[in-house]
Design a binder for this molecule. Structure first.
Ligand SMILES: [Zn+2]
Length: 457
């Protein structure tokens, strides 16, 4: 008997958690944090429908927080098993999990100081100790290697081209039926700098695939033209370009474009700041795994990109107060936390500045409010007026769009018996389901939160 229960990223883009049960053994694929709307974030505080100490192992597709950020909570609640992932994922987890714990602790501290929590005292979702304990469970493996995870199940990580170390995971019932389920994780894009194309798919009976951009096609590659124009127009007004960016992955791509444009004489030499300790460490990890990256980036790396690392909170504060036209890349990407919040607090009321979003903005985040044209956003308990120009470049997404998802699906040697769409909002999922049904004739399901399905394994 085997089954799959969708415990997150079902009809929403965050909180990825898929529970595979095979002959009474439980393996959790991804252990992500819910982000965005309050009703979603509240799920982070609720218990799983099963006890964490009954889960035998966790398998991570990649290090993004919506796929790993609940792991310290799971550990704090009694999970005792190993966590399998690629070595790139293990490295990036060393950045994202302690950082997430720090943010949780800061949130709790801040709520206690201001007294705006219903709970007295407000407690963090998890602590630095929980994050450290979670990291100690990581078991890194190379791509394309069969790893036994018990109960006759084997997993194999296959490069998904979405982030350093990102994979889709093939789980095979090696003992009996040979049944195969492919956990799609997040799917990367074709012909992009930095990361390789997603690897072609392998045969599977059941597939889980993301659908973040299931109703959209990314704009055609414009060779950095939009980025160059926005920066030049802002600098002409003597403003700053504030770019909230996910600390890892996206920062790499932004730096690539900035220096390419500068190198080609399409942008003047400007001060470029990376104001995120995590992003700076992430750049080091990318440098340590160049064999997993797109060959195009390697040539650029040899030129040593020029940027200023903002190393301390004090330097960050000085940068907030500095009026020089510049480009500031700071996390978090949806402006929900991190140093970018200070830059926005100071920068949003000034019409000379531009806030440029380069990634997906989930419903309920401050980033989404700004992209949707909010006149005020709440920060540090205050309503901050938005006079800065708000811009968005979609092309830099690390998620496949609808066309790229279908392009990848076409690489399957045969249609899976069932394809489950996960990691998308329902509008995107409905559109993608219609498209896959029409173009490929596949059997597609959109599972709901908490739904349990039997598997043909
Ligand atoms: Zn991701």
């Amino acid at each position: 008997m085997s089954s799959l229960t969708f415990l997150g990223a079902a009809r929403t883009v965050t909180g990825s958690k898929h529970l595979l049960e095979v002959d009474g053994r439980r393996i959790l694929f991804d252990c992500g944090l819910f982000q965005g709307l309050k009703e979603l974030r509240q799920r982070n505080w609720g218990p799983l429908p099963i006890l964490p100490d009954t889960i035998d192992a966790v398998v991570l597709t990649h290090a993004h927080i919506d796929h790993t950020g609940w792991l310290p909570r799971l550990v704090g609640q009694g999970f005792k098993g190993p966590v399998y992932c690629t070595s790139g994922t293990a490295d990036l987890c060393k950045l994202v999990l302690p950082d997430a714990a720090h943010l949780q602790e800061e949130d709790a501290k801040f709520a206690n100081k201001r007294g705006f929590s219903k709970h007295q005292p407000a407690l963090p979702l998890y602590t630095q100790e929980d994050a450290a304990e979670a990291l100690s469970r990581l078991k890194p493996f190379p791509f394309n290697t069969k790893v036994s995870v018990g109960a006759g199940m084997e997993v194999e990580f296959i490069n998904a081209g979405h982030l350093l170390g990102s994979s889709y995971v093939l789980a095979t019932r090696a003992d009996k039926s040979g049944g195969r389920i492919l956990f799609g994780g997040d799917l990367g894009r074709y012909a992009r700098p930095i990361l390789p194309d997603p690897s072609p798919a392998v045969e599977a009976d059941v597939l889980l695939v993301e659908s973040t951009y299931g109703d959209r096609i990314h704009p055609d590659e414009d060779d950095g033209e939009t980025l160059a124009r926005i920066i030049k127009e802002t600098i002409a007004k003597r403003g700053k370009v504030i770019i909230p960016a996910f600390a890892i992955g996206r920062v790499e791509e932004l730096l690539y474009w900035l220096f390419r444009l500068e190198d080609q004489g399409r942008l003047p030499k400007l001060p470029v700041y990376v104001d995120s300790p995590m992003a700076l460490k992430g750049i080091e990890y990318y440098n340590a795994h160049t064999d997993e990256l797109d060959q195009e980036i390697l040539a650029m790396r040899r030129k040593l990109p020029r940027f200023t690392a903002v190393n301390s909170a004090m330097e960050s504060k000085a940068l907030v107060d500095n009026d020089t036209p510049s480009v500031i890349i700071a996390s978090s990407g949806m402006a929900t936390g991190g140093r970018v919040v200070h830059h926005l607090f100071a920068g949003l009321p000034d019409p000379r500045n531009t806030v440029l979003f380069v990634g997906y903005q989930a419903a309920g985040t401050r980033g989404r409010q700004l992209v949707d044209g909010a006149h005020y956003v709440k920060m540090y308990g205050q309503q901050v007026p938005v006079h800065a120009r708000i811009e968005k470049i979609d092309g830099m997404s690390s998620h496949a769009d609808a066309g790229e998802i279908v392009q990848w699906l076409r690489t399957f040697p045969r249609a899976p018996r069932t394809t489950y769409l996960v990691h998308g909002e329902i509008v995107a999922q409905d559109a993608l389901k219609a498209r896959i049904t029409k173009e490929l004739g596949w059997n597609v399901e959109i599972p709901s939160h908490g739904q349990k399905v039997d598997l043909p394994l």
